[in-house]
Design a protein around this ligand. Structure first.
Ligand code: ATP
Length: 311
């Protein structure tokens, strides 16, 4: 059972004040792009252990460093498999093989994507095909137990997330947008980037306001206006990511120099996302960024694309 699952870029990531539970209130406009991990689930394990086993490798042709991905119970795909087994009363001995094209700790929710893929794969493996007990909404609810980006990786498309980002409403979009992503050597820890965001705000004496959905962004999406979308991209975590990784400044600048109509750090970074006018412009932009030597790798993708899908 193989499932393909997309990366995400945040078109808007507005970070509100810290709540009593330690999380920030967010407005998070997620957009799924055609950069895919693949998770294959097969019944049984080689070692005969009692729970899921996982193997992780880079997808063919992808320059992804998979060394930082846990291959034990900390892997989000393993935790997802256990949740499905528990819900369906299934034998959790399953082997998960993850082929990664989504950068690790790159701000594109790769781990959450793998969790979403494992939810979908294991549900298909273990659920009753004639009378399934789990629907997509159930899988999204189960995904929220693992992280606020997981439900979106099940859903895909473009969606507005509020709360911790996990309460999703699909956004109206028209057409296809063309993206170029510049990945970086080494990841950034999401909690460290939020902590840096809080530190900068405190130092500046600027308390966070209540986050609101950008009307400009919604109109750009609904009309398929790439230039307006480029102008509306906004990420409150960008100053924190730039503070922790100052070299990203050069990457963003290079993208602008090569004519990107929008440039933003993706989520908590360090991947940078650039918007192009069309496929041809994306190819030129990718070649320029590649030549500038400001990224570990440069990949093109389009969005929106569907969420976790059985291949
Ligand atoms: P986000 O954008 O959701 O904040 P990210 O894209 O920056 O996340 P991930 O690739 O999801 O980062 O990885 C974050 C950490 O999660 C990794 O450093 C790793 O320790 C852990 N992790 C657990 N499972 C996985 C997985 N299947 N793939 C990648 N990382 C995983």
């Amino acid at each position: 059972m193989s499932v393909r699952v997309p990366a995400k870029v945040n078109l808007q990531l507005s970070v509100g004040p810290i709540r009593d539970d330690g999380y920030h209130d967010l407005v998070n406009v997620f957009h799924a792009v055609s950069l895919f991990d693949e998770v294959t689930a097969a019944v049984g394990t080689a070692s005969g252990g009692t729970g899921p086993e996982v193997a992780v490798e880079a997808a063919p042709g992808a320059r992804v460093a998979v060394g930082g991905v846990p291959v034990d119970g900390d892997n989000l795909a393993v935790r997802a498999a256990l949740i499905v087994a528990d819900r369906l009363g299934a034998d959790p001995r399953v082997t998960l093989r993850i082929r990664k094209a989504i950068p690790v700790a790159g701000g594109m929710a790769g781990g959450s994507a793998d969790a979403a893929a494992a939810l979908v794969a294991c549900a298909r493996l273990w659920d009753d095909p004639d009378e399934p007990r789990l629907c997509r909404d159930d899988l999204m609810e189960m995904g929220a137990l693992l992280g606020s980006d997981v439900p979106f990786a099940v859903l895909g498309g473009t969606a507005i997330g509020v709360g911790r980002g996990e309460r999703l409403t699909p956004a109206l979009t028209r057409g296809t947008f063309h993206w170029v992503f510049a990945t970086a050597d080494g990841g950034l820890s999401t909690p460290a980037v939020y902590a840096e965001c809080d530190r900068i705000r405190e130092a500046d004496g600027e308390p966070a306001g209540r986050p609101e959905v950008s009307e400009e962004l919604m109109t750009a999406l609904a009309t398929g206006d790439a230039k307006a979308l480029g102008a509306a991209l906004a990420n409150d975590l960008e100053p924190a990511a730039l503070s922790l990784r100052p070299s990203l400044d050069r990457t963003i600048e290079a993208g602008r120099d090569y004519g990107a109509i929008g440039a933003v750090v993706s989520g908590s970074g360090p991947t940078c996302a650039f918007l192009a006018d069309d496929a041809e412009h994306a190819a030129e932009l990718a070649a320029g960024l590649d030549g500038a030597g400001v990224a570990r790798s440069v990949v093109r993708a389009t969005g929106p694309v569907p969420g976790a899908t059985i291949c």
